[in-house]
Design a protein around this ligand. Structure first.
Ligand SMILES: Cc1cc2nc3c(=O)[nH]c(=O)nc-3n(C[C@H](O)[C@H](O)[C@H](O)COP(=O)(O)OP(=O)(O)OC[C@H]3O[C@@H](n4cnc5c(N)ncnc54)[C@H](O)[C@@H]3O)c2cc1C
Length: 1018
């Protein structure tokens, strides 16, 4: 398959993807700038259009409703979350909880008479009624409550349900394609054409993808039967495959290409035009490969009803248009600004990427849109469609189209979304003969929810034109300010409130990521990581079978073991190094850690290679190991500067009181194989920066990574004897703990080992009582109620339970589903499990690698076997290698799981609606307390969890692994650990001795400063 990477436009695209905004925008400003007379005509035109929109809004209760409930108001947000979840809730108990949650606190009364529209007011009244009914009413509601009480709660549910459906209908053309086609025949739509879109979240299972494919096929078929209407179909590639991801390129791109080819073949046969929607920036390269493959397929050479959407908020937008034009065949291009702006910004921050793929100022997006529009109007092969609800944008396009092609030129179309931009195009279409197409979503109520949220966001965001139009604070001059001049004025610079991803942490630098969603970068990274040499000198083989990670050879562990004498020797050396290291200024130690963080990042490929080869972590996991290690160093350096300096304390006159933190001596650290780099670095960095020296014992399975880390630390200037390494298994650990010179212990591992260490530390009566920081495992639960979005749950369960083959202490062990939605959720989870790829950790496609060693494998497999009658779902695993197949196991109740199974096995049970608190308490009763998760749209449920969950880390509506240093300090309580939390503000003091000093400053002969206080002045 041709990937088209060689084309010049694709190369430009790669350069622009994360380029600095001013560089990207400079040529666009030149391209889009207006002269004074042009600008004047455009503004006049836009003013008329604004007048038309305002008039239409007077007629539209929807516009008034959205205006009344702005997203910036509490009520607007409440409505949005209610709308997002309500229609998928099957059970009455949760529906009532959700209504009470969303309608309870907001101030609906302030809206009850404020609107001119009777319908808006009656909708508001309905919402107030709902609030009173569910028992949240304030004084005066009692009468109403009694009244409607007689009608029963179902009445309220029905009323709220109807209101939500009404909101849905505003943005959705019909539940079925037939319904939508019928609606397009109505008077108000008569002069518009439609592009039908099949609603739904991106496919998560093969079944989803098959269903979407069928519905697109059906839509093409039905549209084809109305040839005189010229409707078209829009297709989302993410709907055609459950794993439309760069890491799965080799599978998903050919499969989607094949499916799109079939759909296009049918569309060509039926003479129906197809547009491929634009999705997340990460997917752009793949989508161009797919779109390009069809464009170049000789079968479609003469077909001029094919095209794609291009997002102007993306830095690559112009290059994509150039690419489409250079395909050398007719291509229809729909220019949009882009619907995922907030997601793109967050993703780049989370992944620590060098820059954003999108602009950070709204005016920059507008400038890019205009530059793209100009390109499109002049392009040879492009059929332009301009999708916007912005009157100024429309006015500019009208001006340029006329300028370039003559006043009567109509060789392009406008597009708007159903439910938006009403009034903007009416005159243009009805009186001036321009063509406007309505993007017309089709789907049932459940499917519309995610789409509805996007639309409500678009209507509600302060930056959007439709929102500003409705806002009295913006007059026409502000609405029509020239975006190109605004952009030029700031030189295309970034919005100051949005720092680069590396700067988001403020006081310390965020770690650098690698853009693994860029295919070239991913392949290049994988190649380099796999080429890392991993063959320790003097040892024949690290693994029993070098081709398959089938377990570590005993010889390797023996050969890397430190002798008992050397263990004690290491402590002697570290003790000797302590006074000098502790006396160094904290700034110097912090500076060394920061240097070390930089060096870790400089050597990240090699380190990732070691993690992949020694610990069988996947490539993304290995990257996050390096990032977390660097984060620990920088964060602890920052915290040390805050925590360590002496603080003055109050007291009587003539006394100096102060306290400071200092190192305690030599710490012993014991780290696990499952985070061979991050935890190893984290524990030791904390000990070192606080002035301790340290003897570190990594897990026997991963000594090579540790060895390399310590080597790098020494190269950075951390003294050799300040950080000593000893390697080996439990016997070496015991030897280390038995040495009474140890001043503190930081341990991560099993609860059994933690207890053994704790008792060793207490046995010897002569021995001082020293700090013991322990991180142990957990029976981590995730609770999912019926308001949760199944697609999101599926993604988060896959990540939480199976990433790193379930070998994270935070991993999901017990999924607790509300019984009303359990079957539906399990079907989706099973489908998502089928899409997991098990393989060599060095393969970029791998989701789940082998477990760490044969011991772990045997234990997990034999337990899994005993649970065979209770398997809900399992998947096939490669035959060779220590692969434990991800498995869902049913248990009758929460009490049936009482130990941690450290692998990709997740237990599933159910709970009853309305019993969240009891459920949490039953989980608490296990006395583990590491992580817990909740998926719910009910804020009060999140509050209940925050009040009652006895865990160190609670995660709501997200996965429950991957704690970020400084943002989600990590560590448990009860059987899960002692705290303080790693990566949190209280960690360092635990490594320190607190030393207070009090000095009588008068003892030298009187309190001179007291006597000098009163100078006699009044
Ligand atoms: C027919 C049609 C089809 C569509 N198809 C797609 C599609 O395939 N893919 C897709 O992603 N979207 C699609 N959209 C949605 C589209 O992206 C939004 O409707 C559009 O961005 C709104 O722009 P506007 O010109 O109407 O409004 P405006 O108010 O002028 O622009 C709002 C837009 O500006 C951008 N923006 C907001 N704040 C900032 C900021 N701080 N920095 C930079 N940019 C900012 C965002 O893109 C936001 O949506 C489609 C829209 C229509 C009308």
């Amino acid at each position: 398959m041709t990937t088209d990477v060689t084309s010049a436009a694709r190369k430009t695209m790669a350069k622009l993807h994360r380029a600095p905004e001013p560089d990207v925008l400079k040529p666009m400003i030149e391209r889009a700038r207006l002269d004074a007379s042009e600008r004047k005509r455009i503004v006049t035109r836009a003013e008329h259009l604004i007048g038309d929109i305002r008039e239409a809004q007077h007629r539209s209760w929807v516009a008034q409703f959205l205006n009344e409930y702005q997203l910036s108001s509490q009520e607007g947000l409440a409505l949005m979350t209610l709308a997002e979840a309500y229609l998928r809730v099957p059970d009455a108990t949760t529906a009532d909880l959700l209504i009470s949650d969303k309608l309870g606190d907001a101030d609906w009364r302030s809206h009850s008479r404020s609107s001119n529209s009777r319908l808006v007011n009656s909708a508001t009244f309905g919402l107030i009624l709902g609030r009173v009914m569910v028992g949240e009413g304030e004084g005066g509601g009692g009468v109403v409550r009694k009244l409607v009480g007689r009608m029963g709660e179902p009445f309220v549910r029905q009323a709220v349900g109807a209101a939500m459906r009404l909101m849905g209908e505003v943005f959705v053309m019909g539940r079925t394609i037939e319904e939508a086609q019928k609606r397009m025949r109505k008077k108000e739509n008569r002069n518009f054409t439609a592009s039908f879109d099949m609603l739904g979240e991106a496919a998560r299972t093969q079944k989803d993808a098959d269903d979407f494919y069928e519905s697109y096929w059906d839509a093409i078929d039905k549209v084809g039967r109305e040839p005189d209407r010229d409707h078209t179909v829009s297709i989302k590639l993410s709907a055609l495959h459950a794993r439309y991801e760069t890491s799965q390129y080799d599978k998903c791109v050919p499969e989607i290409t094949e499916r799109l080819t079939q759909l296009c073949r049918e569309a060509m046969r039926q003479d129906v035009a197809i547009t491929v929607d634009a999705e997340e920036a990460d997917r752009l390269d793949m989508s161009l490969d797919i779109i390009g493959a069809i464009a170049r397929n000789p079968e479609f050479r003469d077909w001029n009803r094919y095209g794609l959407a291009v997002q102007a908020y993306g830095k690559r937008a112009r290059a994509v248009i150039e690419w489409a034009d250079t395909l050398g065949r007719p291509m229809n291009v729909r220019l949009v600004k882009g619907a995922y702006w907030d997601t793109e910004i967050k993703r780049a921050q989370v992944e620590g990427l060098s820059d954003y793929p999108v602009f950070t100022r709204k005016a920059s997006t507008d400038t890019c849109y205009l530059a793209c529009a100009k390109d499109m109007l002049e392009a040879k092969n492009i059929g332009p469609a301009f999708a916007t609800h912005n009157a100024l944008t429309v006015g500019t396009i009208l001006e340029w189209a006329a300028e370039r092609h003559g006043k009567d030129w109509r060789g392009f179309e406008f597009q708007r979304l159903h439910g938006m931009g009403e009034g903007l195009y009416d005159r243009l279409v009805d009186e001036e003969g321009y063509h406007c197409r309505i993007y017309a979503p089709v789907g049932g109520h459940k499917e519309l929810l995610a789409y509805l949220v996007r639309r409500l966001l678009e209507n509600g965001a302060n930056s959007s034109f439709v929102n500003q139009l409705a806002d009295d604070e913006y007059d026409d001059a502000a609405l029509l300010a020239d975006p190109v001049e605004k952009t030029a004025k700031v030189g295309g610079s970034m919005l100051p409130q949005i720092p680069l991803p590396i700067d988001i942490m403020g006081e310390w630098k965020n770690s650098q990521g690698i853009d693994l969603n860029d295919r070239d970068t991913l392949l290049d990274t994988a190649r380099k990581v796999n080429a890392v040499d991993f063959q320790p000198e003097g040892i024949d083989s690290v693994h029993e079978d070098p081709h398959h990670p089938s377990g570590r050879s005993r010889a390797f562990i023996e050969a890397t073991r430190t002798s008992n004498d050397d263990v004690h020797g290491a402590i002697t050396a570290a003790q000797a190094a302590y006074p000098e290291w502790d006396l160094r200024p904290v700034e110097e130690r912090a500076g060394l850690l920061e240097k070390f963080a930089d060096v870790l990042e400089e050597n990240r490929i090699e380190l990732m290679g070691l993690v992949v080869k020694e610990a069988f972590r996947s490539i993304p996991d290995a990257l996050s190991e390096v990032r977390e290690a660097a984060d620990f160093c920088r964060y602890y350096a920052h915290r040390a500067r805050v925590d360590m300096p002496s603080i003055r304390l109050p007291g009587p006159t003539g006394e100096y009181n102060a306290m400071k933190l200092e190192g305690r001596g030599t710490f012993a650290t014991v780290s696990p194989w499952n985070f061979p780099l991050a935890i190893f670095v984290g524990q030791n960095a904390a000990a070192l920066v606080t002035g301790n020296t340290v003897v570190a014992k990594p897990a026997p399975q991963t000594p090579m990574i540790a060895r390399r880390i310590v080597e790098l630390a020494h190269q950075c200037g951390i003294p050799h004897d300040a950080w000593k390494l000893v390697t080996g298994g439990a016997d070496v650990g015991a030897e280390l703990m038995s040495d009474t010179r140890i001043a503190g212990v930081a341990f991560t591992g099993s609860i059994a080992t933690a207890k053994r260490i704790a008792s060793t530390l207490l046995v010897d009566e002569e021995r001082p009582i020293i700090p013991f920081i322990a991180e142990t495992g957990g029976i981590n639960a995730m609770i999912v109620d019926s308001t949760a979005l199944p697609e999101q749950v599926a993604a988060d369960v896959m990540t939480s339970a199976f990433r790193s083959a379930g070998q994270r202490c935070s991993a999901l062990r017990m999924l607790i589903l509300q019984e009303d939605v359990a079957d539906e959720m399990l079907a989706m989870l099973s489908g998502a499990m089928d899409m997991l790829y098990l393989g060599d950790p060095g393969d970029p496609a791998t989701d789940v690698g082998p477990v760490i060693d044969r011991d772990a494998y045997d234990k997990l497999m034999s337990y899994r076997e005993t649970m065979r009658p209770r398997w809900i779902k399992t998947v096939e695993a490669p035959e060779e290698g220590l692969f434990v197949p991800p498995t869902m196991i049913s248990i009758d109740e929460i009490e049936d799981l009482n130990r941690e199974w450290f692998g990709p096995l997740v237990h599933v049970t159910t709970f009853k609606a309305g019993k969240l608190k009891e459920t949490v308490q039953r989980v608490n009763a296990k006395r583990y307390g590491l992580t817990m998760g909740l998926h719910s749209r009910i804020q009060k449920s999140a509050d209940i969890m925050q009040t009652w969950a006895r865990v160190g880390n609670l995660y709501v509506n997200r996965s429950q692994i991957g704690a970020v240093v400084g943002s989600q300090p990590f560590g448990g309580e009860g059987l899960s650990g002692t705290g303080p939390k790693a990566g949190g503000p209280h960690y360092l003091p635990r490594f320190c001795a607190e030393r207070a000093v009090s000095i009588d400053t008068t003892s030298a002969g009187g309190n001179a400063s007291l006597l000098s206080l009163d100078t006699g002045e009044i």
